[in-house]
Design a binder for this molecule. Structure first.
Ligand code: SAM
Length: 249
């Protein structure tokens, strides 16, 4: 639950102004191990979730894409293939350390040509109105303090006809999956974080922040309230992850 001056950081209630610093602390801490932890935690399945999200974005050659909260650039690398040499992808993130790791990885993959980088807060994007054919936020919205402001900002920078894609952990659609997933998230995940990344707290935050994220229908409504149209969502892995898509008409 969020009040005027406080918001949630995982299961804790914190001052709204403090959340951005706390989230920064998490990603400063995990940046170096972020990619290996993603593979370990999801048994590699995050690569499939990301490919499906990119397919649902239906990006064509020559288009411009904003990969918001893009972190170490997995989605940017996939979008780069879609837009081709005449298109452009902007990898944008609030965290300098995640962006630096992402830029180094993309350069190492030889994918630097049509990729730009921007350190931004999703709540107040520093781009002109109607700039992008697609704005995608992958596993990022959960960490944003004012999600409604972020969705409005994403809608503003989208060209008419463009689409917003929100790829995010969501809520299992059946009780058996929910039970197994809860056990995994609260018992095993922090331990994996401790052993591999030497950081139990950040991975406990991950599990808690997922539980505090709006359910599928609520997020769809928030997207509609931000001005997006034809909003729909696609559950993956029994709702553990969902892709939401909406258009600017
Ligand atoms: N999109 C990447 C992926 O799917 O692998 C990275 C996701 S990572 C879990 C979440 C990212 O959101 C972090 O890099 C973090 O710095 C970024 N982030 C958190 N709050 C943000 C905000 N208000 N604006 C922009 N990025 C933010």
């Amino acid at each position: 639950m969020t009040t005027d001056n406080t918001t949630h950081f995982g299961f804790k209630q914190v001052a709204r102004d403090d959340k951005v610093k706390l989230v920064r602390g998490v990603f400063d801490s995990v940046a170096g191990n972020y990619d290996i932890m993603n593979d370990l935690m999801s048994m590699g399945i995050h690569r499939i979730w990301k490919r499906i999200a990119v397919q649902l974005a239906n990006v064509r050659k020559g288009e411009s894409v904003l990969d918001l909260a893009g972190g170490t650039g997995d989605l940017t690398a996939l979008f780069e293939q879609c837009v081709g040499k005449d298109g452009q992808v902007v990898l944008a993130d609030i965290n300098a350390q995640m962006l630096r790791t992402g830029r180094d990885r993309l350069i190492d993959k030889g994918l630097a040509g049509n990729i730009r980088y921007a350190q931004v807060n999703a709540e107040c994007l520093p781009f002109e109105d109607n700039s992008f054919d697609c704005v995608c936020i992958g596993f990022g919205l959960r960490n944003v303090t004012d999600k409604d402001a972020a969705l409005r900002s994403m809608h503003r920078v989208l060209k008419p006809g463009g689409r917003v894609i929100v790829l995010e952990f969501s809520h299992p659609i059946d009780p058996v999956t929910e039970k197994v997933y809860d056990f995994y998230s609260f018992n095993l995940l922090p331990k994996i974080g401790k052993w591999v990344a030497k950081d139990e707290d950040s991975y406990r935050y991950l599990a808690e922040s997922i539980r505090m994220h709006p359910k599928q229908d609520e997020l769809k409504k928030m997207m509609e309230n931000a001005g997006l149209e034809r909003c729909e969502y696609f559950n993956m892995t029994q709702g553990i992850v969902a892709v939401h898509r909406g258009y600017k008409i």
